[in-house]
Design a protein. Structure first.
Length: 300
């Protein structure tokens, strides 16, 4: 009502408030590159385990469409894999073929046609936490041997299993990295063709890129292991390739685990350095999460 009664006064007040050292109001608009968000409310990417062969269903149209109609400035699609082997579960979304592109475009077009919300997609690879059961079954546990979906081979920076029952992944070679980068770039291009307004790279929660960054999961002795600068090398290489393929006028963010909650793991001071590195590579925002990198975590 206040905006209807005296928009000029409220605009002035919000401009004064956002220019100070206080957190701006959640309903204040936000412009990142050429993407304008009507407010700062973001529906976080949520795994729904409802895709079929990586393809979104009517469920996703209703789920994401309803969130977009609810007033949020930005709605994010769940972690979506650029390759079948990069899914967390058989029911996770993918963007490795044109049928999946068309399914997402239908949702994006609906969101854009029905209001002024924006919609983004989060791309990621499950790494050592892939080939597992859906969340309401035995989360993070391997697919049952007698189930309808066979387990698929896993990739990781080092040959370390996530849990006692998880399979040991194959340590990635440089050729593996180059191939996966090409797959991420192809998915990035498809995301742009689908009309998404925002792109996020998932580098958290013990999935592939997170497992490169954390010293708990990266035991490599080459240029991609050891010091934080080396552990960041592949995630940054991948991000830069995606940033090059993603339209320059559209924003990109990166989700990180800012604290592993395990002795010897990533800590908040490390997270600051990680954020600075991604910012220098072209990231517009850092999406801070934590944990889920190691089973021994003890979150505060």
């Amino acid at each position: 009502n206040l905006r209807l009664r005296d928009a000029a006064w409220l605009d002035g007040y919000e401009a004064w408030l956002s220019g100070g050292k206080v957190v701006p109001p959640m309903l204040l608009p936000l412009k990142v590159r050429d993407t304008q968000l009507k407010n700062r409310i973001v529906v976080s990417p949520m795994a729904t385990y409802s895709a079929v062969d990586g393809l979104v269903q009517d469920f996703h149209l209703v789920h994401l469409g309803a969130r977009a109609l609810g007033g949020a400035g930005l709605v994010m699609v769940e972690m979506t894999s650029p390759t079948p082997q990069g899914r967390i579960t058989p029911a996770c979304t993918g963007l490795w073929n044109d049928a999946q592109l068309a399914g997402f475009k239908r949702i994006v077009d609906f969101v854009h046609a029905q209001g002024d919300a924006r919609i983004g997609i989060q791309l990621g690879h499950s790494g050592p936490k892939g080939s597992t059961q859906v969340g309401w079954e035995a989360a993070d546990e391997p697919l049952p041997a007698n189930g309808p979906h066979p387990n698929w081979p896993l990739l990781a920076p080092s040959a370390l299993a996530y849990g006692e029952h998880n399979q040991v992944p194959r340590a990635m070679t440089r050729d593996d990295m180059r191939t996966l980068t090409q797959q991420f770039v192809a998915a990035t291009q498809r995301a742009a063709q689908a009309g998404f307004d925002w792109l996020e790279l998932h580098c958290a929660h013990g999935y592939l890129l997170s497992s490169f960054i954390s010293p708990l999961t990266n035991r490599r002795d080459d240029a991609y292991g050891g010091a934080l600068e080396n552990r960041l090398r592949y995630p940054l290489e991948l991000f830069r390739a995606m940033r090059e393929a993603w339209p320059a006028e559209l924003p990109m963010s990166v989700r990180i685990s800012a604290h592993d909650w395990v002795e010897g793991g990533t800590t908040p001071p490390d997270a600051v350095e990680i954020a600075r590195a991604f910012k220098a590579a072209g990231a517009d925002m850092i999406d801070c999460s934590s944990g889920q990198v190691h089973e021994d975590q003890k979150p505060t």
